[in-house]
Design a protein around this ligand. Structure first.
Ligand code: CP
Length: 366
């Protein structure tokens, strides 16, 4: 499984124009990821059977590897999966606005034959009449086989689980977590640099990552950082750019203190650009009763002095912090990140429903 990458030529992943099938920006090839480890370890994926996904902390590196490989197989259409979840219904209950998460989960479910029901606006549910989340959870058991929920309140998911018997996926709960976004983030990065997950890079090729935002109270940033710590073999350094005095908070500080990755803080993005291989940015956070903008002064545009091969991730929606002038450059991995979420979420749904063994041909099983 572990490959020692000794030659710089093996690290050359310049974008191939042939691969740019309709998505602007950098489109790494899923085949590169599978080339590192072509067979699937289904015992690892079995660990997700019937599981709810509430936090990024539920994942370890083998699970990330196998989920991403399954997503790559689905993206490359290596075997038919279009009827794998024919008998399953997914409810996507979004009590807070979303473009990508809700639609990509619906698209994922439809790709594998499942059916979907959506709540796109809390005002159309019993919440408008004061109905409790625990009662709504009870209804989900009768109407769906799996439920994806987004809510403005961190504690809403916990309340839902009180009565729920079907798996629940956290589609973003207040300022807490967005675990499947982080899985999609790392799927994009693993396609871009498969050695990250399957090899041990020589010291000089290990990554320096810049995170713009406040992991302690921004859900995508928190979940991204939590998963980043799993790649400590190949990440040397993470710098967090935030205007907050304590961007991590107690829980994340304990996690990062235990990691071998050097983590520091800065307010000077410009000065650091020449070192950053990956920049993860996000400025919008839902806090309390509305949206706040954190870190929108740390903006990037085509004028920014980025390294030639730096890639930018952004969970979107964006504000002025990320210039559209970067969209048609190889720095743009953010559209591929959103595009790949459909495949990664298919892989996750198949694993939760225990249907991976039904579709993967024997020659692709480890
Ligand atoms: N990445 C993300 O959570 O986007 P949406 O808010 O559009 O779902």
């Amino acid at each position: 499984m572990v490959n020692d990458i000794q030659s710089a030529s093996q690290l050359d992943h310049r974008a191939d124009p042939q691969r740019k099938a309709g998505v602007l920006g950098n489109c790494p090839d899923p085949r590169d990821l599978l080339a590192m480890s072509p067979k699937l370890d289904l015992d690892v994926l079995d660990r997700l059977h019937n599981c709810s996904i509430l936090s990024a902390a539920q994942f370890d590196l083998p699970l990330m590897q196998e989920l991403s490989k399954l997503a790559a197989c689905l993206q490359l259409r290596k075997f038919p999966a279009g009827h794998a979840l024919d008998d399953k219904i997914m409810a996507a209950a979004f009590f807070e606005p979303s473009t990508r998460t809700r639609l990509s989960f619906e698209s994922a479910m439809l790709h594998v034959g499942g059916k979907t029901m959506s709540v796109a606006d809390a005002k159309t549910t019993g919440v408008a009449k004061g109905e409790s989340m625990r009662d709504i959870g009870q209804m989900f058991n009768s109407y769906a086989d799996i439920v994806v929920v987004r809510h403005t309140q961190q504690q809403a998911l916990q309340q839902l689980t009180e009565y729920m018997r079907v798996p629940l996926i956290n589609g973003g709960n207040g300022s807490d977590e967005h675990p499947t976004q982080a899985l999609a983030d790392w799927y994009a990065l693993m396609k871009w640099r498969p050695e990250l997950a399957f090899g041990t890079l020589p010291e000089q090729f290990r990554l320096t990552i810049g995170i713009i935002g406040t992991p302690g109270n921004m859900r995508t940033v928190k979940s991204f950082l939590t998963l980043a710590l799993l790649f400590h073999r190949n990440i040397n350094h993470i710098t967090i750019f935030s205007e907050m005095a304590d961007p991590l908070g107690t829980e994340l500080r304990a996690l990062t203190n235990a990691s071998p990755i050097t983590i520091d803080f800065s307010r000077n993005l410009k000065q650091s650009l020449e070192y950053l291989d990956v920049i993860y940015m996000n400025a919008i956070a839902f806090l309390g009763d509305g949206y706040r903008f954190f870190g929108d002064e740390f903006s990037l545009s085509s004028q920014s002095q980025l390294k030639t091969d730096t890639v930018i991730l952004h969970p979107l929606a964006r504000g002025d912090e990320l210039g559209t002038c970067l969209d048609d450059t190889d720095h743009n991995l953010y559209f591929n990140q959103a595009d790949g979420a459909v495949w990664l979420r298919q892989a996750l749904l198949l694993a939760i429903f225990g249907r991976v063994r039904n579709i993967v041909p024997r020659e692709l099983i480890k």
